[in-house]
Design a binder for this molecule. Structure first.
Ligand code: CA
Length: 498
């Protein structure tokens, strides 16, 4: 180490004396002088960076082997500047991430690597289906092409300068990966942002958490399935994964529930039961589960599904700090295991608040004294808190969930003529024609507690009254019409047990 510093200091003195003329190979190679990339700004940053990391103790040979091939990648700058303005609603994200095709692909991958998955699950205690779910979303089970060279991607973002310290840090980690022989400099394939291999680890995470499953000395998360999957498992195991515990349960909330309880606070399931929360499928929680801590989560506000999230959900969220990401991974895992997804319907009629709407909402809330910590257009915990405080003051369900209706209300705009898209669907649906389908509807209505007597396949006053009551229960205006829509809803309600 001392010798290396002395060597570099010697070079620095020599460079100061001789100017910056590159030395020839015969004179010994200055590891901080590179063939030009064609971009003078990049070249200047690269030589300076190389000098600094060698001074800090990195191997001059490795620094040179990593950085000599580096060149700015214009696609990276473009991707970095091209952050989406469009905010996808959570149900839209889930629809795209959790497809039947992806579930069957995952089941095939699980079968193909059955011994590997069970060995990894045995060693790390992490549910193999969750590992497969992360693998799916990160790189589509390793099939997604990694079209970027990590050195170029990270060097481009470091040289560009806005987040120089952060990306130089990643490059230092990348150099250490090569120094330790975990990976070769030409194997470092990544996303445009420098996320590596099948698990999409940033280099610092790779150094901490990637593992060499097959014991060949390399942590090959690019082409070795065992290394890739064990690295994902190790990451979760080191972030609080609790073997054998559930990830989430869908729940039913009592009427007149205080939605402000869904504020992220962890409480035992027994405490949640005290608030009237029950499993949606009606099954009781086991004594062991009743002792577990969980938070109540309304991924689309009070009008959408309700979930309790256990510690294992939080471990998944450590992989990518996004609730919808962790939810998609968990739903894929359920899918592989042949378990159903979320039963309650998403409030798709709400639409999505776009970034500009969110900024306006944050500004209007701040003007009314509900500070969301700056109007940045991002929906985070501060905005959730500000929305909740406003809702509480206004006597609204305090779910902390911003909707277009809420924005209109804060704007003080007159309430728009209410067009409930669910009612529009209902009104467009065809009347039930066959006696069999009417009998089926009558059976469902009986099971839902609208006692109309034995199904007779005829729509009489009792059936119409029961349909109207069922419509009111769904929050719809009553029509009493026996339609395909009502039959579908009744089936779903019976399945969900409500
Ligand atoms: Ca290996």
């Amino acid at each position: 180490m001392l010798r290396r510093v002395a060597f570099v200091l010697g070079l620095a003195v020599l460079a100061a004396v001789a100017g910056v003329a590159p030395m020839t190979r015969a004179q010994g190679v200055d590891p901080t002088v590179f063939e030009s990339s064609g971009d003078p700004g990049f070249d200047a940053w690269r030589s300076d960076f190389a000098r600094r990391v060698i001074m800090a103790g990195r191997s001059p040979e490795v620094v040179r082997s990593v950085l000599s091939r580096a060149a700015p990648d214009p696609r990276v700058v473009q991707a970095d500047q091209n952050q989406p303005e469009f905010v996808r609603p959570v149900w839209d994200y889930i629809d795209r991430a959790v497809t039947p095709r992806r579930i069957t692909d995952g089941q095939a991958k699980r079968a193909e690597n059955a011994a590997l998955f069970s060995a990894i699950q045995a060693k790390y205690g992490v549910d193999a289906d969750i590992i497969a779910g992360i693998w799916a979303i990160e790189t589509n089970y390793g099939a997604a092409p990694l079209n970027y060279d990590a050195v170029n991607a990270l060097a481009t973002l470091a040289a560009e300068g806005r987040r120089r310290a952060q990306f130089e840090g990643y490059l230092v980690a990348l150099i250490q990966m090569v120094e330790r022989g975990y990976a070769g400099p030409t194997e470092l394939k990544s996303s445009w942002a420098g996320a590596l291999g099948q698990p999409q680890f940033m280099p610092d995470i790779y150094l901490q958490d990637a593992v060499d499953w097959d014991g060949d000395g390399k942590r090959d998360i690019w082409t070795n399935t065992g290394d890739a999957l064990a690295s994902i498992a190790n990451y979760l195991a080191r972030r609080g994964w609790s073997p054998g515990d559930p990830v989430f349960d869908e729940v039913r909330l009592p009427t007149k529930f205080d939605y402000a309880l869904a504020d992220g606070t962890m409480r035992s399931i027994a405490e949640w039961e005290g608030f009237g929360v029950t499993r949606l499928d009606g099954a009781p929680w086991s004594p062991a589960t009743r002792a577990l801590q969980a938070q109540l989560f309304l991924p689309a506000g009070a009008e959408g599904p309700a979930l309790v999230l256990f510690q294992n959900f939080r471990s998944i969220r450590a992989y990518n700090p996004s609730d919808r990401y962790a939810l998609a991974v968990s739903l894929l895992a359920r899918g592989y295991a042949g378990r159903g997804g979320i039963v309650a319907s998403w409030p798709r009629y709400q639409g999505a608040l776009q970034r500009a709407d969110m900024i306006e909402l944050q500004q209007l809330l701040a003007a009314k004294g509900y500070d969301s910590g700056g109007a940045d257009g991002m929906f985070g915990s501060n905005t959730r808190r500000a929305v909740r405080a406003y809702q509480q003051a206004e006597g609204l369900p305090a779910d902390g969930w911003p909707t277009r209706a809420l924005l209109d209300r804060i704007r003080g705009a007159p309430a728009p003529a209410v067009v409930n898209p669910i009612e529009a669907d209902r009104d467009a649906a065809a009347d039930l024609r066959s006696k069999a389908s009417i009998r089926e509807l009558q059976g469902h209505l009986n099971r839902l507690g609208f006692a109309i007597g034995p199904p007779n396949g005829l729509v009489g006053p009792k059936t119409r009254a029961a349909i109207a009551a069922f419509e009111r229960r769904m929050g719809l205006s009553p029509t009493g019409r026996a339609t395909t829509f009502i039959l579908q809803r009744a089936r779903t309600a019976v399945k969900a047990g409500r």
